[in-house]
Design a protein around this ligand. Structure first.
Ligand code: CA
Length: 336
């Protein structure tokens, strides 16, 4: 590799000490020079809580800015967790793509960046690519396990679940499976053919982390039941790693499922109004109706009928009724 192609160090710096024992709350300062603020920086919130000897763990939310359970769960954790109750170190970033989170959007309004499609990032790229690079080269590099909290966002809603890509390493695979069950959501879903290899999850597993993500609710909001999954799941994750003494027990055992490939997804082939045939959590069989797309500009025209191509549970649905070709309308997961 030519030295000119080796990425440089991150331009971002945390304004708190991430090493020393104790609890500190501050910002990662990402330089961003704009018309309004020539020497400005983007203040990404970060906290560290370090107690006695133990693992170093990274907890993130707001990777997509319109996913709220994780952001709220981590804000609570920062306030409530004290260093004398922690074995090891927890680094917490509740609004990782801050510009996107501040705007309540999946992507950043300053560069249109989708953080979870830009790993391992670029120190000289767009602000969103620089966040990815900082997470990869600084935060993932100094931790050994991580949890990236997602929900469905503005356009999707999920049955609350731990959500993980299958790790390449069999030992990590075993530890990830156990931790996903310990998280205690109603479902734990593993994805065999992920949508992208440029996610935080892909970067974490490439660094040998014990890692998974979540999909908790969605629709651009939070609810008492989904919020509880996030709040308690974070505690159960830390307790599973031996870092905190106690965590609330899950309401019910976790059902382990998997998403395989195209047969588990339903996409819109035409523009119109989608009327779903099944609700979130329903069991479905291949050939069952998935719904129909109505043509509001042609009231006399019969709707376009859609069917499921595989067996499983409806674990994710599109929220807005207005659909265009290429929109994901639903996806299934199957029992393992
Ligand atoms: Ca997401």
């Amino acid at each position: 590799m030519n030295s000119a192609t080796v990425p440089g160090p991150s331009p971002a710096r945390a304004d708190i000490d991430l090493e020393a024992p104790g609890k500190r709350v501050g910002h990662v300062r990402l330089p961003h020079s704009t018309h309004e603020s020539a020497y400005g920086w983007i203040p990404i919130p970060i906290a560290v809580i370090r107690g006695g000897a133990g693992p170093s763990v990274l907890l993130t939310a707001g990777n997509h800015g319109d996913e709220y359970e994780g952001q709220i769960a981590l804000l609570k954790l920062i306030r409530e967790l004290e260093p004398d109750a922690v074995r090891g170190r927890v680094i917490v970033l509740p609004r990782l793509n801050l510009p996107a989170a501040a705007a309540g959007r999946r992507t950043s309004p300053i560069d249109d960046g989708n953080l979870n499609r830009l790993f391992p990032g670029d120190p000289e790229g767009t602000p969103t690519a620089q966040i990815a690079h900082y997470v990869d080269t600084v935060l993932l590099a100094q931790t050994e396990a991580s949890l990236d909290l997602h929900s469905g966002g503005s356009s999707l809603e999920y049955v609350p679940c731990a959500f993980g890509r299958v790790p390449p390493d069999p030992e990590i695979d075993k530890r990830q499976r156990a931790a996903m069950i310990a998280f205690g959501a109603p479902l734990a879903i593993r994805v065999e053919r992920p949508q992208t290899n440029r996610s935080l999850s892909a970067a974490a597993l490439a660094r040998g982390h014990m890692h998974f993500s979540t999909e908790i609710g969605g629709g651009g909001t939070t609810r008492p039941a989904t919020q509880a999954v996030a709040d308690e799941g974070v505690r159960r994750f830390l307790s599973h790693l031996g870092m905190i003494a106690e965590a609330p027990s899950p309401a019910a055992p976790t059902r382990f499922m998997r998403v395989i490939g195209a047969e588990h997804y339903v996409y819109a082939p035409v523009r119109g109004l989608f009327e779903p045939a099944r609700a979130l959590g329903d069991p479905v069989r291949a050939g069952d109706p998935a719904g129909r797309i109505h043509f509001p500009e042609e009231p006399g025209r019969a709707p376009h009928e859609l069917r499921f191509a595989g067996d499983g549970m409806l674990v994710c649905r599109r929220v807005p009724s207005l659909v265009a070709p290429g929109d994901c309308l639903a996806h299934l997961a199957a029992d393992v």
